[in-house]
Design a protein around this ligand. Structure first.
Ligand code: SF4
Ligand code: SF4
Length: 282
């Protein structure tokens, strides 16, 4: 595990046109995308999020049987990025977070003695990258600002918090149901499908949203994304982040109570048999 660094740590590095390793990093990619990356890239390419996902990405498991992530799909039969050109990145202004950070890795963590998550960093040193031999030195925070990461990180914060919470909750809340995992994927990565879901009659029959708030977020990918992270806190962790219509609250309460009863009964039976925890569907 590389050393954990804070934003004030010094970084001696520069990537510049003309460097001997130009494009080496983009020739063999393993780039996980954030929801913000997908929104920026699908807007740039003038695609719907579903079209972008099917053409440019592959899903992957962030943890076994857990929530999914999305990675950039390399060129067919190769390892290079589809956006790489001789002149450099073909989507430079909208390049993903991981490309902006390189050679720094972002570690979003909550330490045992801290109540909120914090960003830490690690330095990635790969033999092919000659940028570490360049003389320029700046702090990681300066590098982040230069790479436009302040805005990217702020917009993706809710998503990282969901992942942290899911990972740290572990078996205490059990595995999310298949439906919750599908909702997570759609909400985080397929924003245009999530938009249709939020605009549907079935959504407004369950959730009570002021019509001006609903109207504004349906027109703005970033606002809709932030709403999506709130929605997922309710779906995955039972937090009351979005007002529900009265009859749905009662229905949900009864469903949760019934599910808890089942879980307790199953846990008792499992303890007797010493089995793994089951799926949770609240
Ligand atoms: S998106 Fe751009 S910077 Fe990132 S791997 Fe592809 S070509 Fe390189
Ligand atoms: S210096 Fe590093 S980041 Fe820049 S082109 Fe070379 S390998 Fe890629």
């Amino acid at each position: 595990m590389p050393a954990t660094l804070e934003g004030g740590a010094k970084l001696k590095f520069q990537c510049r046109k003309g460097i001997a390793c130009w494009n080496a990093c983009c020739s063999n990619i393993d780039i996980a995308l954030t929801p913000v990356d997908i929104v920026r890239l699908k807007q740039r390419l003038d695609l719907s999020s579903s079209e972008f996902l099917s053409t440019y990405t592959v899903p992957y498991e962030m943890e076994k049987d857990g929530i999914a992530g999305v990675k950039l799909r390399p060129v067919d039969g190769g390892t290079a990025c589809r956006f790489m050109t001789h002149a450099g990145c073909g989507v430079y202004d909208d390049r993903p977070t991981a490309c902006r950070y390189y050679p720094v890795a972002l570690l979003s963590m909550r330490k045992q003695d801290e109540s909120t998550d914090r960003q830490y960093y690690a330095l990635v040193r790969e033999d092919h990258c000659l940028g570490h031999r360049e003389p320029r030195t700046q702090t990681i925070d300066e590098y982040r600002a230069e790479q436009g990461l302040t805005e990217y990180d702020e917009l993706a914060r809710g998503w990282r918090q969901l992942i942290l919470k899911k990972k740290s909750s572990g078996p205490a809340v059990g595995k999310p149901s298949k439906r919750s995992l599908e909702l997570f994927f759609m909400t985080c990565y397929d924003i245009d499908r999530f938009r249709s879901f939020v605009a549907s009659d079935s959504f407004s029959k369950i959730y009570e949203l002021p019509s001006d708030e609903l109207h504004d977020m349906l027109l703005d990918d970033n606002e809709l994304m932030q709403f999506g992270f709130r929605f997922l806190r309710q779906v995955l962790f039972g937090e009351n982040t979005i007002a529900m219509r009265e009859h749905n609250i009662e229905e949900r309460r009864q469903r949760i109570a019934e599910r808890r009863r089942q879980l307790e009964q199953e846990a008792a039976e499992r303890m007797a048999r010493e089995e793994e925890p089951p799926d949770v569907d609240l």
